[in-house]
Write a protein that binds this ligand. Structure first.
Ligand SMILES: CC1=C(CCC(=O)O)c2cc3nc(cc4[nH]c(cc5[nH]c(cc1n2)c(C)c5CCC(=O)O)c(CCC(=O)O)c4C)C(CCC(=O)O)=C3C
Ligand SMILES: [Fe+2]
Length: 386
């Protein structure tokens, strides 16, 4: 590979000390035979009811057993490589997943064998939560443990900060909402509501999301909800500036799983559509701010299920785009790498953000997004690895 020839082992120029970027994602099935083993990987030890698993399996089978997430990650890889090349960054980009091939452990092994010693990690999850942050750090720790057992010299892995409020993540979504409003019939456009959606999680997980000082009680939602509300506000405000209309908005949830007696964040998007319709809303734009690409949770839960619900109600809806492989997102990733590289060199770092919360932390503190049963997690203050 040509990048191996041109990259000194220690990394060079503005990316120093990094010598590689790892795109860390969820993974998804690539055909019907993959669906059940994929779901087994996702739900191992998580207590998801069998009925729910059967149902989710049907979502995948309905699309030929193929999740769109892998193709979307390949597009993002291309966008990142192009952006880095266009800006003279000599930083090879790798890809590994939690739940499907290419598996994280295999990618990390390949990286070590390629001589990568200091790795920046971008997870395809923008917000704080156990599922979106610590679980990826646990996956990194598991992969490092495997490589250690194999006698390999371990690289250092640094997870890049949360980017929910990075302008390169938020601005493409603002454009998307404006476009979706334009796509609605003109007579309902001005009255349209914005339904910002994200993945529901157990309220107990939401309350303990983010650093300990941001934890809440009683279902208030912790950093997870606070960060989503911040992004929603920024988007709604900018859409109002651009369209001249202050569209009413609310943060709602989707893709609930788990046992029915366990409280998860509510309301669900489908119930919300029904309530809005009952209250006389003329149209709704669904804005999936919780997701980085139009993967199965978007394609099924919003574009199929919620859209069918709206049709049944006679409520016009549109669904706005996720950031995907937008060049502005690739640029944001470059900025995040350069920012963290400066921090690691002990130099001042320029941090971009929008909204009210400021740039998120580089290193997760002890107690950040705790697991129900504590396990080793890499790339945080409590990492057992350097
Ligand atoms: C916060 C969050 C994100 C957003 C942040 C991020 O992107 O990471 C996310 C993303 C995703 N979730 C995905 C798929 C699934 N998630 C499940 C289950 C769960 N998700 C949870 C949370 C999240 N999930 C939770 C608390 C559970 C319960 C079980 C557990 O505690 O782990 C299940 C099991 C069946 C079910 O119950 O739905 C599946 C199949 C896919 C791939 C889609 C594709 O294939 O295109 C993606 C990107
Ligand atoms: Fe999920």
């Amino acid at each position: 590979m040509s990048d191996q020839l041109s990259t000194p082992a220690s990394g060079a120029g503005p990316v120093r000390p990094y010598d590689a970027l790892l795109l860390l994602s969820f993974g998804g099935p690539e055909g019907p035979d993959d669906v059940v083993p994929f779901l087994e990987n996702v739900t191992r030890g998580r207590g998801i009811p069998r009925e729910r698993l059967k149902e989710v399996g049907q979502h995948y089978f309905g699309f030929g057993g193929v999740s769109p997430i892998n193709a979307q990650n390949r597009e993002l890889l291309d966008a990142l490589r192009k952006d880095f090349a266009d800006h003279g960054l000599d930083l090879p980009v790798y890809w590994g997943n939690r739940n499907w091939a290419p598996y994280l452990t295999d990618t990390l092994r390949e990286m070590v064998q390629d001589g990568r010693r200091r790795i920046a990690v971008l997870a395809t999850s923008a917000y704080a939560s156990y599922s979106g942050c610590r679980q990826y750090r646990e996956n990194l720790a598991d992969a490092l443990a495997t490589l250690a057992e194999e006698g390999l010299e371990l690289p250092r892995v640094d997870k890049l900060r949360h980017y929910f409020n990075h302008p390169g993540f938020v601005e493409p979504m603002i454009d998307g909402v404006v476009e979706s409003l334009t796509a609605l019939p003109e007579e309902v456009r001005a009255g349209a509501h914005l339904a910002f959606t994200t993945h529901s999680i157990p309220t107990a997980a939401a309350d303990t999301s983010g650093p300990v000082e941001e934890h809440t009680t009683g279902g208030a939602g912790g950093a997870y909800v606070k960060q989503h509300l911040d992004v929603a506000q920024v988007i709604a405000d900018e859409v109002a500036v651009r369209t001249g209309v202050a569209h009413p908005w609310q943060l709602v949830y989707q893709s609930r799983s788990g046992a029915p007696h366990v409280p998860w964040l509510e309301p669900d998007i489908c119930d919300h559509l029904e309530a809005l319709h009952g209250a006389g809303a003329p149209a709704v734009v669904m804005v999936p701010i919780g997701f980085v690409s139009d993967h199965m949770e978007v394609m099924y839960d919003l574009d199929t299920e919620a859209t069918a619900k709206a049709a049944e109600l006679g409520l016009p809806v549109a669904r706005s785009a996720t950031v995907g492989a937008d060049p502005r997102f690739a640029e944001a990733v470059r900025e995040l790498v350069l920012e963290r590289a400066a921090v690691e060199r002990g130099e001042p770092a320029e941090r971009c953000w929008v909204g009210m919360l400021g740039a998120s932390h580089d290193l997760c503190a002890v107690g950040c997004c705790p697991a129900r049963a504590p396990r080793p997690a890499a790339a945080g203050v409590d990492s057992p690895y350097a």
